[in-house]
Design a protein around this ligand. Structure first.
Ligand code: NAP
Length: 263
C-alpha cells in the first residue's frame, strides 16, 4: 500500500530500550539503514546486533542528546555510514517523578534539557544533511502527558512533552519549504522497561483506564512512526498522532463500561 522505505537512512535516539528500540527494530524490518543511538555504546550495539541478526542493517553510536557536539557527530556518522539522513526519530527521553513540593530546579532542568533541548539539538544536527537532499522526515516522541493530560509527579515531564509540540509547529513551518516534515507521536502507556519500573500496581491501574483494556506496545507506536516516515505522508506536517487505545477519551473512570461482556 505504501511506497517502500527500503534503503532509507534512519537515526533513532534513545534506541537501546523501550519505544526507541521498537522504532529501530521496525524501521530495520522494513529495510531501512538504522543508526541506533543511546548514551551506552554497549546497549546501543546490542540492539543494532539484534537488527542485523534479523536480516536488517544497523549500526550503533553512543551520544547524549543534551550535548550539541555529540549530536553533530551523530549526524556526521550517519552521513558517513549511510550517505545521508532521511528520517530522524527524536525519541530519547526521561521521566523521573517528583511532586512540585519536592522538585528542585535541578530536577526541572534535567528533564527539560533531555526531553526538550535534546529534541532541538538532535533535530538541528540532522538539518544540514536533510536540507542537502531537500527532503526529510522528523518524528518526535512526545506523550499524551503534557499536551493532553496531567499526572501527579510529572509537571516537569508534561511541560517538556507539551514543549516538544510547540517546537514542532514552528519547525514544521520553517522546514516545509525544504521538503522536510516534522510530526509527533503521542503514546499513551506503552509497555517498556521504563514503565515496568513504575511497578505492577501502576501498570494494572493504567490498563484498567484504557478503553481497549490493554497497554500499548512499542509496535503500536512504531507503526504510527512508519506512516509519518512514508512518502504518502509527504503533505502531513506539524501534526500529532495519539496512540493510546482510547485512554484520553473517557471523562472519568465512570465513563468506562463496567461489564464488557454485556455490551
Ligand atoms: P526507556 O525505556 O527508559 O528508554 C529511554 C531511552 O532513551 C534509552 O535508550 C536511554 O538509553 C535513552 N536516553 C535517555 N537519556 C538519554 C540522553 N540524554 N541521550 C541519549 N539517549 C538517552 O523509555 P521509553 O519508555 O521507551 O520512552 C521513550 C520516549 O517515549 C520518551 O521520550 C518518553 O517520554 C516517551 N513516552 C514513553 C511512554 C511509555 O509509556 N513508555 C509514553 C509516552 C511517551 P541510555 O540511558 O543508555 O542513554
Amino acid at each position: 500500500m505504501f511506497t517502500s522505505l527500503k534503503d532509507r537512512s534512519v537515526i533513532v535516539t534513545g534506541a537501546s530500550k523501550g519505544i526507541g528500540r521498537g522504532l529501530a527494530q521496525r524501521f530495520g524490518e522494513v529495510g531501512c539503514q538504522v543508526l541506533v543511538v543511546s548514551r551506552s555504546q554497549s546497549e546501543a550495539e546490542t540492539v543494532a546486533a539484534q537488527i542485523r541478526a534479523a536480516g536488517g542493517r544497523a549500526l550503533s553510536y553512543a551520544a547524549d542528546v543534551t550535548q550539541e557536539a555529540g549530536m553533530q557527530a551523530m549526524a556526521e556518522m550517519a552521513v558517513a555510514a549511510f550517505g545521508g539522513i532521511d528520517i530522524l526519530c527524536a525519541n530519547a527521553g526521561i521521566f523521573p517523578a517528583a511532586k512540585l513540593g519536592e522538585m528542585t530546579g535541578a530536577d526541572f532542568d534535567r528533564v527539560l534539557t533531555t526531553n526538550l533541548k535534546g529534541t532541538f539539538l538532535s533535530v538541528s544536527a540532522c538539518l544540514p544533511a536533510m536540507r542537502r537532499r531537500r527532503s526529510g522526515r522528523i518524528i518526535l516522541t512526545s506523550s499524551i502527558t503534557g499536551p493532553i493530560t496531567g499526572y501527579t509527579g510529572w509537571s516537569h515531564y508534561g511541560a517538556s512533552k507539551a514543549g516538544q509540540l510547540g517546537f514542532m509547529r514552528t519547525a514544521a513551518i520553517e522546514l516545509a519549504p525544504h521538503g522536510i516534515t516534522v510530526n509527533a507521536v503521542l503514546p499513551g502507556n506503552i509497555v517498556t522497561e521504563g514503565l515496568n519500573d513504575m511497578g505492577a500496581d501502576y501498570v494494572r491501574s493504567m490498563a484498567a483506564s484504557v478503553p481497549m483494556r490493554r497497554l500499548g506496545s512499542v509496535l503500536d507506536v512504531a507503526n504510527a512512526a512508519l506512516f509519518f516516515a512514508s512518502d504518502e505522508a509527504g503533505y502531513v506536517t506539524g501534526q500529532s498522532l495519539v496512540i493510546d487505545g482510547g485512554q484520553i477519551l473517557p471523562e472519568s473512570l465512570a465513563a468506562l463500561p463496567t461489564d464488557d461482556a454485556a455490551l
